[in-house]
Design a protein around this ligand. Structure first.
Ligand SMILES: [Zn+2]
Length: 344
């Protein structure tokens, strides 16, 4: 059975399907199922398509192609409603703005920025014997693992689960291995003091992101009020950073507030483009930098001193921000700021 052509056929249930894991993306489950039969994910997705073209993994995860989902449900031995209930579209409120990527159009298809925590992948492999991609990792506001406080890394569905293996296989594209983009780490970070500040930053980012995401899910009543205020500030700063810079029309507002400790001027200039942009459509690395800068700016003096010098009160550092916004954005910024906690 293993590796044989014709293994995957619409209308025929597979004899054995690996169990679905906790919070697993459908494309990840399909990838493990295809791997069980010694075939690539593309073979399974081709069988679910019209026979000539593959279904996109993101279309399956978003739930935008019902016909393909019906074919996949049959192969997986479940009903289509059960599979639909596991799509991002069904489980994530306002998926178009809260999921990293874009629902796309009929022409381009949906696009998802897939990500993973390397430590979680390792832990899954040790505890369950396999690694899988979680739905929580494709949320736009999630760039740091809430368990390990480590930045997520970009991955591509169908690649070996562990990012280190993706790196190893990078030269061997013929093996259908497609690694994610590597994270650019500025050299300035490699010092014990900077490492300590970055570890503290990632810890605070994990908590802030937890609170932001519970708010999106309508469960913010469980979060401590101090963190709720901080999460609102980080969310609004990240929004302001994605606006067009009124003073410098070729760039986003973020560039004026970027930290030399977190970002690299050369990479920053290469990414430069006119704004505004939608936060959720940005690649993982850029969303991480925006959230990291906003979390550091609104953080403790220790964090700010290490990451966002020169040091003043953080609200005074923001004094120039409204002048960089267009009239409509400035009104929106003032409205958002009025909702911030008073003891800033
Ligand atoms: Zn983790």
């Amino acid at each position: 059975m293993r590796g044989r052509e014709g293994t995957f056929q619409p209308g025929r249930a597979l004899p054995i399907v690996p169990p679905l894991e906790n919070d697993e993306l459908i494309s990840s489950w399909l990838n493990r199922t295809a791997g069980f039969y010694g075939l690539p994910l593309a073979a399974l997705l081709r069988a679910a398509g019209d026979g000539r073209t593959s279904v996109l993994p993101a279309a399956v995860d978003f739930g935008t192609q019902q016909r393909a989902l019906g074919a996949l449900a049959t192969m997986l031995g479940m009903n289509v409603a059960g599979l639909m209930a596991r799509t991002i579209g069904a489980t994530q409120p306002n998926a178009a703005s809260t999921v990293a990527g874009t629902a796309g159009s009929r022409m381009t298809g949906p696009r998802l920025h897939y990500a993973a925590c390397p430590h979680c992948l390792e832990q899954q492999r040790i505890e369950r014997g396999a690694s899988w991609l979680c739905r929580a990792w494709v949320l736009a506001s999630r760039t740091v693992c809430s368990i390990h406080h480590a930045p997520l890394v970009a991955v591509v569905p169908g690649s070996p689960a562990h990012p280190l293996w993706s790196e190893f296989y990078r030269p061997y594209q013929a093996a259908a291995v497609r690694p994610g983009r590597e994270r650019q780490i500025p050299a300035a970070l490699h010092s014990p003091l900077a490492d300590r500040a970055i570890a503290l930053l990632h810890k605070e980012m994990a908590v802030v992101q937890d609170v932001m995401l519970t708010e999106v899910a309508g469960q913010d009543g469980k979060s401590p009020s101090s963190w709720k205020g901080r999460a609102a500030i980080v969310r609004d700063l990240a929004w302001a950073f994605t606006r067009a810079d009124h003073r410098e029309p070729d760039r986003l507002v973020y560039e004026a507030f970027s930290s030399m400790v977190l970002d690299n001027p050369w990479h920053l200039r290469r990414r430069r483009r006119p704004g505004p942009v939608e936060f959720a459509t940005l690649p993982l690395e850029e969303r991480h930098l925006l959230l990291a800068t906003a979390t550091a700016m609104s953080g403790t003096s220790e964090l700010r001193e290490r990451i966002c010098p020169p040091l003043g009160h953080w609200t005074s550092d923001l004094a120039s921000l409204p002048q960089r916004l267009c009239e409509a954005d400035r009104r929106e910024w003032c409205m958002r700021r009025r909702a911030w906690p008073t003891a800033e």
